[in-house]
Design a protein around this ligand. Structure first.
Ligand code: DQA
Length: 144
């Protein structure tokens, strides 16, 4: 069974209570459950994690490379400025695995500082603006 690490950056543990008008009403536990159910239906093993720490997120990207896992990554605010996360993320593609950048909201419809992603240039693809479905769409793509 193929493995995907579903990695979530800062503040995503606050889903459900954090700006629900933007991020929706599903909480983080609900996201984990929906990802697990979809992955099981697709025959994928999904390991979903969240951290507020840049260092921990980078260590998980290194782990994905070492374990030969695909990655679904919501870098949250790191999307817009973390060259360190980008430098870790680039190794996913170079190892022959896929990295799908996901966002719950569509950053391009929001503040200007969100319009730039330093991650997209090293991602296999980007899915944004579909709420929790962004993750489920990414899983479907990885299953193909
Ligand atoms: C986000 C969008 C980012 O701009 C923001 O910093 C987040 C969440 C999203 O999923 O829509 O924390 O990545």
């Amino acid at each position: 069974m193929s493995l995907v690490l579903v990695l979530n950056g800062p503040n995503l543990g606050r889903l459900g209570s954090r700006e629900p008008d933007i991020y929706g009403s599903v909480d983080y536990a609900g996201l984990v459950e929906m990802v697990a159910n979809k992955a099981a239906a697709l025959g994928i093993s999904a390991d979903t994690r969240q951290t507020d720490s840049e260092a921990e997120l980078i260590s998980w990207l290194h782990e994905a490379v070492d374990r030969g896992a695909d990655v679904i990554l919501n870098p949250a605010a790191f999307t817009h400025y973390s060259y360190a996360v980008r430098d870790a993320a680039v190794q996913i593609g170079k190892s022959g695995k896929r990295l799908i950048e996901v966002h719950l909201s569509n950053p391009h419809t929001r503040e200007e500082f969100r319009h730039k992603s330093v991650i997209s240039g090293v991602a296999t693809g980007v899915i944004a603006g579909f709420g929790v479905d962004s993750y489920l769409l990414a899983l479907s793509q990885l299953a193909q």
